[in-house]
Design a protein around this ligand. Sequence first.
Ligand SMILES: Nc1ncnc2c1ncn2[C@@H]1O[C@H](COP(=O)(O)OP(=O)(O)OP(=O)(O)O)[C@@H](O)[C@H]1O
Ligand SMILES: [Mg+2]
Length: 374
Amino acid sequence: MTRIGFAYNQKPDPVAAHDAAELARADEEPPSSGSALATLRAPANAISDDEFAEWDSPATIDAVAHALSRCGNVIRLEATDDFPQRLRDTRPDIVFNIAEGLRGPNRESHVPAICEFYGVPYTGSDPFTLALCLDKARTKEVLRARGVPTADWTLVRSRNDLRALTASTPALPLFAKPVHEGSSKGITERNYIASANAIEPVVLDLLERYEQPVIVERFLTGAEFTCGVLGNGASARVLPIVGINFGSLPEGALPIYGYEAKWLWDRPEAPLDIFSCPARIPESLRAGIEDVVLRAYDVLGCRDWSRIDVRLDAAGLPNIVEVNPLPGILPDAAENSCLPKAARAAGIDYDALIVACLRAGAERQEVSLDGSRS
Ligand SMILES: Nc1ncnc2c1ncn2[C@@H]1O[C@H](COP(=O)(O)OP(=O)(O)OP(=O)(O)O)[C@@H](O)[C@H]1O
Ligand SMILES: [Mg+2]
């Protein structure tokens, strides 16, 4: 029987998460509603309270383990301090990896790198791609170099860089983001820069609060989409495209799917109707979005699955906003989790989505899995 290791980081309970917030950072897609952590959140303390937002809940971990059990015996390998020893001792045939990691900008690479060290096959992207995609500026450099459209940007690491940016009188509006975060950490309406005077205070504030470089991008004014991708090489395919309904945001809100939309305005008692899937768009636009998404997936070296954000520029052309090679996978259909939602629209239920990723990884590495069991 196939032995499937399952690597994950489990979200601590909210109180422990709050106390331990200084210790760690994590990245993935947030639940849009129903999270115990969400009750801790408010704009003023957004930085420390969302440190564990990206780790997975026991419900997600159980759901993934259940799906994996269709293809073999599941060995849970929580990615805690003794993960390397437990991996070495158990030596599974393959590791299904959703571990977001604990520390630093390379945190998502740690589990795959340890698997490589011990020669254990694993699912998903390799340490290089995971680290690359967690650096929004370097990701854009690769995309730009390979001709995949992405908005113009400047990386600001210091006050000197900031002076140079303001002196260059860049085209407005701009949008600023911490370079190494996800789940809209540090991405609020305040990051929208409509006037030249606002560049300095907005960017300085982010530099100081997040203690990392800030990427300042041309703001893409068109419609936004997010796309799930499954598979590899010629068989990589884009799942039905998810459209972001900015019209569902509160009156007067900016068209940004950021912190407020993900964590404050989308509540269990009043969920936002934020996604349409499949997005209602013309066939030619669908083909254009799929083309840039698959090119981004390819040039960044994504494997098995990913979720890729796209936004149209003023000319209506799709640009890559960012790439998530460790996509959020909340099992509850009532929660706004894009990849499972896109899979469902393609007739792929939750278990089948997890198994599709596992099979893609197993095929790549010539690992044989047990047949589908219910
Ligand atoms: N250059 C841009 N132009 C217009 N809107 C942008 C731009 N960059 C980011 N946004 C808005 O901000 C949102 C969050 O940005 P981004 O996707 O980079 O952050 P994230 O925190 O990594 O997201 P995720 O939760 O998907 O991991 C986007 O979904 C989009 O609405
Ligand atoms: Mg995003």
